[in-house]
Design a protein around this ligand. Structure first.
Ligand SMILES: Cc1ncc(COP(=O)(O)O)c(C=O)c1O
Length: 409
């Protein structure tokens, strides 16, 4: 076997299954707030398009994507991020992928040069676990940048030691962030772009949550627009990674896309030709329709807005929570150890949450995910409300168990 497979950490949901395996929850309906799988309905325009595209089953999909798809991707990115006409060339700058998960994996494999001495891939900490796996499988060393509440969960790239930057080949960013919901602004991208140009690394911006935000007038910034505003030519050192999974509630469609530096995209296309992971012809056809419509995306945001308002109001002062800048997670500090908290919540309320420490690694003597849980507000509104009520009851019982005195956290 490839020995690097042995370096991969168990997936967070495997760890959660092990944590809860010996516990018997009460006879209440299970509420799973651990998994970030979008559960609003898929838009009818996508399902209709898919049904009409069934003859696509008899063709191998094009790795580059159809002309219509590449034009739809470039057009959507230009509209959404306000890119000037012609800045993105559908022929040179964009590619479709089978979701953003494999896109992240492919980008890291295409960029890391194993001949370099101890290549590094930088990522926020906590993080989406594929970042670390992609780095390890590419033969690179992951470098974790802790993101803390005290800094608004910002990834402080200015604090990365020079000795690390000199070996860095890829910096992964996640905005809106999973799990913290933090959104990067233009100045933060600017700082990172300066470093990318100085040290020659690629910025791979995971923007799969870019369409889940709460102020219709203030959509999150993206890497491509920030790069142009910063005077970067032809998206040098940049690739932005997108997905329809969250935007259009179609995680099962497996459709994502990438846009960035033309030279890098050409290399990535070569890798992807061998990888054979192009989205099916059906998915490509449905994606063209999904990208042309924003009404279902606005409605999706409305549903998340309502659920965040409900849950935050229910948790109230028992478990103080504030709405994140984007994404569909609540990242909540826990009054006791996060694993013990999640086990107790399951054992007494049949609610599943994810311990924060399953999404992070100890770095610099601390574990920035420890003492947090991640709650995904993906289920129906009533289910999220009920989950929040049970969470409140559980936290109140913990507080009572401490001799009736409330515990500060
Ligand atoms: C931060 C982040 N990136 C990427 C993905 C992958 O999503 P998909 O492959 O469905 O596009 C996820 C999924 O949960 C995620 O949370």
């Amino acid at each position: 076997m490839n020995p690097t497979l042995g370096l991969l950490h168990p997936y967070p949901f495997q760890r959660l299954a092990a944590l809860t395996a010996g516990l018997t929850p009460p006879a209440l309906t299970r509420i799973n707030m651990a998994i970030g799988e979008p559960r609003h309905s898929a838009p009818a325009l996508v399902t209709t398009e898919l049904t009409g595209a069934l003859d696509g089953l008899s063709t191998y999909p094009s790795t580059r994507g159809t002309d219509a798809l590449r034009a739809a991707i470039a057009g959507w990115l230009a509209r959404r991020f306000g890119l000037p006409d012609g800045a993105l060339d559908p022929q040179r700058h964009v590619l479709p992928t089978s979701g953003s998960r494999e896109a992240i994996y492919s980008v890291v494999q295409a960029r890391v040069d194993r001949r370099a001495e101890r290549p590094v891939v930088v990522m926020p900490n906590p993080f989406y676990q594929i970042y670390e796996g992609a780095a390890l499988l590419a033969g690179a060393e992951p470098y974790y940048v802790n993101t803390d509440a005290a800094q608004g969960f910002r990834m402080d790239v200015g604090a990365i030691p020079r000795s690390i930057l000199e070996r860095t080949q890829v910096v992964l960013t996640c905005s809106p962030g999973n799990p913290t919901g933090q959104v990067m602004g233009r100045a933060e991208y600017g700082e990172l772009l300066d470093l990318a140009h100085r040290y020659g690394f690629l910025i791979a911006a995971d923007e799969c949550y870019s369409e889940i935000y709460f102020d219709e007038d203030a959509p999150p910034e993206g890497l491509l627009a920030a790069a142009l505003a910063h005077g970067v030519r032809d998206f040098a050192h940049c690739v932005a990674i997108h997905s329809l999974s969250k935007r259009s509630n179609v995680p099962g469609l497996r459709f994502g896309f990438l846009a960035g530096e033309a030279g890098f995209m050409a290399g990535l296309l070569t890798l992807r030709t061998y990888l054979g992971s192009a989205p099916s012809q059906l998915a490509q056809t449905a994606a063209v329709a999904a990208l042309a419509d924003e009404a279902h995306v606005r409605d999706n945001r409305r549903q998340y807005r309502e659920k965040f308002a409900d849950v935050i109001a229910i948790l109230g002062d028992v478990l103080p929570a504030s709405r994140p800048a984007g994404g569909f997670y609540l990242w909540l500090p826990t009054p006791i150890d996060d694993e013990a908290f999640v086990a107790g919540l399951y054992a007494t309320q049949n609610v599943l949450a994810l311990p924060g420490s399953y999404l992070s690694r100890p770095h610099g003597g601390r574990d920035p995910g420890a003492g947090y849980i991640r709650l995904a507000l993906v289920g129906p509104r009533a289910e999220c409300q009920e989950g929040a009520r049970r969470l409140r009851t559980y936290v109140a019982s913990l507080t009572r168990n401490h001799n009736g005195t409330s515990i500060a956290y």
